[in-house]
Design a protein around this ligand. Structure first.
Ligand SMILES: *Cc1c(COP(=O)(O)O)cnc(C)c1O
Length: 387
């Protein structure tokens, strides 16, 4: 299907997928298969070995490319597998400028894996364009950022950051996991590589780990494809099937995630026991204007500071019934967590506080349950914790 003429809601369901020619089966089969018959030595029908390529994976890769508006998609066994592949594009001596509030696993692979291979990393506040410019060096080959960021939902101007990268002949890679292509398509703003943890909204049901890269440039895709096959962090066909099943409902799920998050953010802003709410959809959020420009809606993630202690915030996250106390995000069910003792525990307290992550900060991944049930659940947990 030449699908660029169709809206994203239509492409989410159909892109990369056609009914099986032989049987008419609507859904992409799970090609549980490692090798493929060849018609003559080296004469195969597009597939020779499933690390290199698998038909279920191909459908997913085409679907993801279509959603991001890029020409090429590549799927990986995890978000980290995808991020690793971006780093494979670099060589010893290269320098990377990265956001300072990126996903913890990304920070870990940068500093604890690739510094030993002589890559150098500078971490800067990506909302400050002068800071990005100041960090660029002759050896800078990659600008890496997320937007909105975790857990304070800072918003980075993708177009402006990309311009800085390109002025320095560096690639710009955006981790688009929080926004998803339904809300934000970085390639439209000039980014070179879009990265995803498919584990989150794209899978959408907290039942699969996966990653992806989407690009629009054939040479770049060739290089990524080389490392995808050479390193081998590729997903199995069942995982690809699950993500394909997830992307079909991405638009409807995201609409509901956004609607519920907007309602909760508004309600929390008025709550007497809440100090501050971080949600880019709120007009008083520092990144609101940029988010309104580059996103189609503001997403399902929000954080808030309880007017209380670390222990009281712990009591809130332990006290909810509909919200489950858990890390991760992006599934249909609402999750709640406390960054200080959980996702951001590895950061020393002083550093954490300086970065604006207070002890009583609570992060929620707003699911698609009934909005009133979610609000009542939080209200009860907050009242009980502060009683
Ligand atoms: C979860 C996540 C990752 C890592 O993805 P995995 O699928 O867990 O390997 C990377 N970036 C962001 C923003 C994430 O939320």
């Amino acid at each position: 299907m030449d699908d660029r003429q169709y809206a994203i809601e239509t492409r989410a369901i159909h892109a990369g997928q056609v009914p099986d020619a032989e049987t008419g089966a609507l859904m992409t089969p799970i090609h549980a298969n490692s090798t493929y018959e060849q018609d003559g030595p080296g004469d195969h029908r597009g597939y020779e070995y499933s690390r290199t390529g698998n038909p279920t994976r191909t459908d997913l890769e085409e679907n993801l490319a279509s959603l991001e508006g890029g020409a090429y998609g590549r799927a990986f066994s995890s978000g980290m597998g995808a991020i690793n592949t971006v780093l494979n594009l670099l060589s010893a001596g290269d320098h990377v400028v990265s956001g300072n509030d990126i996903y913890g696993g990304t920070h870990r692979i940068f500093t604890q894996v690739y510094e030993a291979y002589d890559l150098e990393f500078s971490f800067v506040d990506m909302t400050d364009l002068d800071a990005i410019e100041g960090a660029m060096r002759e050896e800078t080959k990659l600008l890496w950022l997320e937007t909105p960021t975790n857990p304070l939902m800072s918003v980075v101007d993708i177009e402006a950051a990309t311009e800085v990268a390109h002025a320095n002949d560096a690639l710009c890679a955006i981790d688009n996991t929080f926004a998803t292509p339904y809300l934000q398509r970085p390639l439209e703003f000039g980014a070179d590589i879009v990265c995803h943890s498919l584990t989150k909204y794209l899978g959408g049901h907290s039942d699969v780990i996966g990653g992806a890269l989407v690009v629009d440039d054939a040479d770049l895709d060739d290089r990524i494809g080389f490392y995808q096959n050479a390193v081998g962090a590729t997903p199995g066909p069942f995982d690809c099937f699950l993500v394909l099943r997830g992307t079909k409902t991405l638009p409807v799920r995201m609409d509901r995630h956004c609607e519920n998050a907007r309602a909760l953010a508004g309600w929390l802003s008025e709550h007497p026991d809440v100090e501050r709410v971080y949600y880019p959809g709120l007009a008083n959020h520092p990144g609101h204007e940029i988010a309104a420009r580059q996103m189609d809606d503001f997403g399902g993630m929000l954080s808030f500071e309880l007017d209380g202690s670390l222990e009281q915030a712990s009591a809130v996250v332990e006290g909810t019934e509909v919200f489950t106390l858990a890390e991760s995000l992006g599934g249909v069910e609402s999750l709640i967590e406390q960054p200080a003792p959980m996702t951001h525990a590895a950061i020393p307290r002083e550093e954490r506080l300086a970065a604006g992550l207070s002890d009583s900060l609570i992060r929620v991944s707003v699911g698609i349950e009934d909005e009133t049930d979610l609000r009542d659940d939080l209200a009860r947990a907050i009242d009980a914790a502060l009683a």
